[in-house]
Every structure is written in C-alpha cells, then in structure tokens.
Design a protein. Structure first.
Length: 268
C-alpha cells in the first residue's frame, strides 16, 4: 500500500484527503468542460442526457442494495430518503421524473429516454459495475462510494449558471433536476460523510475508503469517456453509430496478420 501512514489520520485529516479526490471528479472531464463552455451541439447534449438517464435510474437500485445490507435501523431510516428523492413520493414526482423532463426539454421523447435505446455499452458497463459493487460489498463501503456527492453541488451550480446562457433553446424548466440536487446532495453528503469518517477508522480502512472513492470517480469518468468517443469533442470527430458503421468481416488472412501484430513486441 503506497505511502502508508502508521497511525490513523484524524477526522479532519481523513476528510481533507477524501475531499482532495475531487480533482478527479468529472466536472474536469473534457466532455463536461465542453458542455459548460457552450461548445456542445444538440446531439452531444441529447446524448449526454439520454446516457446519464441510465445512471439516474440506477441510483435507487444502488440505494436499495445499501438498505438491504444495512443492519442499522437509524441509518436505514435516513438512507430511505434517497430512494424517495429519486423515485418520488406523495406530490413530489422525484428526480428520475425530473431527469425525463430534462430530456424532453432538450428534444428527446419520453419513450426514447426510458427505453434507453441510446445508452452506450461503456456507460452501461460502468453503471452496472457501480450497482454490483453496492450489491456485493459491505454497506459502509457503498456509503463511502456515494461520496462523489461531495463534489456534486459545484457541477449542478455550474450547469445552472452556464446552460441558460449557452443553450437558450433548452426550456429552463427542464433544469429543475439540477436545482433540486444542489440542496439534496448537501444533505446526503452530511449523512454519508459522517458514516464514512466514523467507520473507516484504521490505517487500512482509511486507505480502503480512498480506493473506494477513486473507484466511483472512475465510474463517472468512464461514463464521460464513452460519450466522448461516441458523440465527439470540439477537436475530436465522433464515431458513427454501430448500426451505421461500414464494417466488413476480416478475411482469414487479415485476421492472421492482426493476430501476429498483437503478438509481436513493440520496439523503440
């Protein structure tokens, strides 16, 4: 374990190291930078909304996994609010519905959002890995993985500040999801951070927590990576859709050549 300290960090030191992970948050990914700078075209925005829906609809699945594994009644009572926030309750339609409204505001139909026809394999694999993590790891680790919310208010505020100016064709009412999450994420962070600082109290566990948070940051980064490849960046031409790509199956000869090229060592 690299740079392993010999005694546990204090609570403030541990929190500082968790927050320092924010340098790898996807607010700094070129795709998000493109969105916030007003350089995205309609296809790039619609692709982002459609693919991020797959992440949004998976959040209650992840939170359900936390609840099913958690043996602390008080934690369960508070964590349940996260599912209500996304699935809705009483007169509140919830965050998933708010995301669908965002999709409609950028020109997608409800059906094409919810049937997830636009979801890319890289996005699907990344999100599924996160849900599977929550289903198979101790609930305290899943709580720790949720701490990317430490950095979420900044990205929501950024969208609220830049999108109305740069993308005036988007109905502002469609941005309600971001308004809601500014406050909800702050509340969720207080709870999740408190659990993490209390549970991860040894040298080994504190390093484990940093690794877990890094994993979640990489999940979010991979989502943006996949969209960058498919929809492109300002200086990067997008790839065609799989069904639109011109593809000729390799012949036996070309397949053999490719195999040999992979096996040959690279020389300087």
């Amino acid at each position: 374990m690299a740079d392993l300290h010999t005694t546990p960090w204090t609570t403030s030191e541990f929190e500082e190291r968790l927050r320092a992970k924010g340098k790898a948050y996807h607010i700094n990914h070129p795709y998000n930078v493109m969105l916030s700078a007003g350089k995205a075209n309609k296809d790039q925005i619609r692709g982002w909304v459609a693919n991020r829906y797959y992440y949004q609809q998976a959040i209650p699945l992840k939170d359900g996994a936390v609840l099913s594994a958690c043996d602390d009644r008080e934690v369960r009572k508070e964590w349940l609010q996260r599912i209500r926030d996304h699935d809705g309750y009483d007169d509140d339609p919830g965050g998933i519905e708010a995301w669908i409204k965002l999709g409609q505001a950028v020109g997608l139909s409800r059906e094409e959002i919810t049937d997830m026809r636009h979801v890319l394999p890289g996005v699907r694999y990344a999100v599924d890995a996160y849900v599977n993590f929550a289903r198979t790891r101790p609930w305290q680790e899943s709580v720790c993985a949720s701490l990317t919310e430490l950095f979420a208010p900044a990205i929501h505020k950024q969208r609220l500040a830049t999108w109305p100016e740069h993308y005036q064709w988007i109905d502002p009412t469609g941005l309600q999801y971001f308004r809601n999450r500014v406050q909800q994420a702050r509340r969720d962070v207080e709870h999740g951070l408190s659990i993490t600082l209390d549970y991860f109290d040894t040298v080994e566990l504190q390093h484990r927590a940093l690794d877990i948070l890094q994993f979640k940051l990489e999940v979010l980064w991979q989502i943006s990576d996949a969209m960058s490849v498919r929809y492109g960046l300002p200086d990067w031409k997008p790839l065609p859709k799989l069904e639109d790509a011109a593809f000729e199956p390799p012949t036996a000869a070309t397949a053999a050549q490719a195999t040999q090229a992979v096996r040959e060592p690279v020389t300087a």
